[in-house]
Write a protein that binds this ligand. Structure first.
Ligand code: MCA
Ligand code: AMP
Length: 514
């Protein structure tokens, strides 16, 4: 029985006409539903031929392509656990993930095969394949020898479908274990809540290694049998140009900011569009309002996490539970999705009344199973009555809308990517001549927020800000590099000796603003 395999549910939603176009790339390549079915079948057969043990991880760091999508679906189909990795990660980052997850299979881009395979074999991985974004690589060559007929592996709702690495509230990156049941429930809930309908076409312009692009967007389209216009990289001009053929778009706030800078964005360009969805980072009210004025569309903002997929959403249509509210309110992330319980707690652990600000906790069928091989960390992040502590700080307003006002976790969200100050500070503190450092997030017109590093040199040592940034660049994913670095005499501290990051944020708050 395979009824709880997420792939089976997605496959069941394919339209009756399998010759119709399922995915069209911006370069004009077309893949039918039958192509997706057959290609995932071949790749799933390849994975099964490797005789992997139950629960084997398949770690993937490849450029976005339709074949990369096929690989994800084939993992689900074969019952493997998919582990996507940001293409910006460099060797030290990849070494950690592979060492921690111990994947049986690693798939990387042909250009990275040398160093990735070395790390993988060291960690005990048996199989390393390559996949290029131009339909090249050993994965496709090997899959071509397999049958395109494949029965999806039997999976139960509680079986793992994917592991997504995230730093959560503190410390080193942790693998959030998401089950077939978690992802299925979220996909069905969003299909209904966002009013997906026949004829919808999604412009997919996000990376496919995080929840937004991988689950919310892909599952959203597939579970509705909807075509995707597939863009390997976000280009505001191209997205606007293709809106005539589409109805739904999803993006992080930076994508909306960049599209607003295009003169071609206007009512004519969006005339066939039904819905614009934003999330992953706070959408500024200015962006929300300007989008409304320019396009006549009200962006629907929603909120989620790697550990939980989507939690809340502004309404698409009237939400019966909240006095039939149908207004999408800027500056809010809307209502808890059907099936999600959300509460706001004070420092004393007591539930707070409407309008008061505290820590957000959630519970629901979408909430993950725990952190990979970290039972103590998992236990710390759940309450006794099984609510997950999000690390986000907010309130529920008098009309039931959830408002996020900040985070208790020390996290910078830059262009929709998470940057953990502790990780960057760790690297800086190890550099020659550095005594100490603090990395803080400050407002940025394009990325929403970016990191700024403030560094103290050791007595008698001289350190150059440019040299610090250059050294970081050689070791870390590019989006994590602070956009500015200052070397100063001392860091502000409170009476306990703790660095007062709020004062640093205040000091540098206008650094990137006009
Ligand atoms: C690129 N750069 C960045 C970022 N992206 N700097 C800070 N933050 C970023 N996000 C820098 C690079 O380091 C580089 O600098 C320069 O910009 C150009 O790099 P490039 O890769 O060409 O940039 P881009 O193509 O313009 O990318 C910007 C982007 C991208 C399109 C906004 O960051 C993006 O796709 N973001 C979406 C992330 C996402 O999908 N998040 C969802 C997470 P230099 O030249 O100096 O090296 S899922 C999630 O959060 C939850 C669960 C949810 O609710 O959805
Ligand atoms: P990730 O670790 O990538 O899953 O990022 C999850 C975090 O992104 C959440 O805990 C929030 O802090 C943030 N986030 C996601 N969506 C929104 C939103 N619409 N507004 C504010 N923050 C958001």
């Amino acid at each position: 029985m395979s009824s709880n395999n997420l792939f089976s549910a997605l496959r069941a939603a394919f339209p009756a006409d399998l010759t119709a176009v399922a995915v069209e790339t911006d370069e004009g390549l077309r893949y039918s539903w039958q192509d997706l079915d057959r290609a995932t079948g071949m790749m799933a057969n390849l994975l099964q031929s490797l005789d992997l043990s139950e629960g084997s991880r398949v770690a993937v760091q490849v450029e976005k392509s339709v074949e990369a999508l096929v690989l994800y679906l084939a993992c689900l189909r074969a019952g493997c656990v998919f582990l996507p990795l940001n293409t910006a990660y460099q060797s030290a980052e990849i070494e950690y993930f592979i060492g921690n997850a111990e994947p049986a299979v690693v798939v990387c881009s042909p250009a990275n095969f040398g160093w990735v395979s070395k790390l993988a074999f060291k960690a005990g991985t048996q199989h390393v394949f390559t996949l290029g974004d131009d339909r090249t690589g050993s994965l496709l060559e090997r899959a071509a020898h397999h049958s395109d007929q494949h029965t999806p592996a039997a999976r139960q709702a509680d079986d793992l479908a994917a592991i997504l690495y995230t730093s959560g509230t503190t410390g080193r990156s942790k693998g959030a274990m998401l089950t077939h049941g978690n992802l299925l429930s979220n996909a069905f809930t969003l299909k209904d809540y966002w009013g997906w309908k026949k004829g919808d076409v999604l412009i997919h312009a996000l990376p496919i290694f995080h929840v937004h692009g991988l689950f919310v967007a892909i599952h959203g389209a597939l579970i509705n049998g909807s075509k995707m216009i597939w863009m390997a990289k976000f280009d505001p001009k191209r997205v606007i140009a293709r809106m005539q053929e589409a109805t739904v778009f999803m993006g992080v706030p930076t994508l909306y900011v960049r599209m607003l800078a295009e003169p071609t964005l206007g009512k004519a360009a969006v005339k066939n569009m039904r819905l614009f969805i934003a999330g992953s980072a706070p959408l500024l009210i200015e962006t929300f309002t300007e989008w409304q004025q320019r396009t006549g569309h009200t962006i629907l903002e929603r909120y989620g996490m790697s550990e939980t997929a989507m939690l809340t959403s502004n309404p698409y249509a009237a939400d019966k539970r909240y006095a039939k509210q149908s207004e999408r309110r800027g500056g809010t992330v809307g209502f808890p999705l059907p099936g999600v319980s959300l509460r706001v707690l004070g420092d004393d652990g007591q539930a707070l009344p409407v309008g008061e600000i505290g820590g957000i906790q959630v519970k629901g069928p979408n909430v993950f199973k725990g952190y990979w091989r970290m039972p103590e960390k998992t236990a710390e992040e759940f309450t006794a009555d099984n609510f997950f502590k999000t690390g986000d700080v907010g309130k529920v307003d008098e009309r039931g809308y959830v408002v996020i006002v900040g985070r208790s976790k020390d996290l910078i969200i830059s262009g929709g990517y998470n940057v953990y100050p502790a990780e960057i500070e760790g690297y800086i503190n190890e550099m020659a001549g550095v005594a100490e450092s603090a990395v803080v997030g400050v407002a940025h017109p394009d990325f929403g927020e970016v990191g700024v590093a403030v560094v103290i040199a050791k007595a008698g040592a001289t350190v150059q800000p440019e040299a610090i940034l250059a050294e970081l660049k050689a070791k870390l994913a590019n989006f994590k590099i602070p956009k500015r670095c200052f070397v100063v005499a001392e860091l502000p501290r409170n009476t306990m000796g703790k660095v007062q990051k709020n004062l640093l944020r205040e000091q540098h708050k206008n650094l990137f603003l006009a």
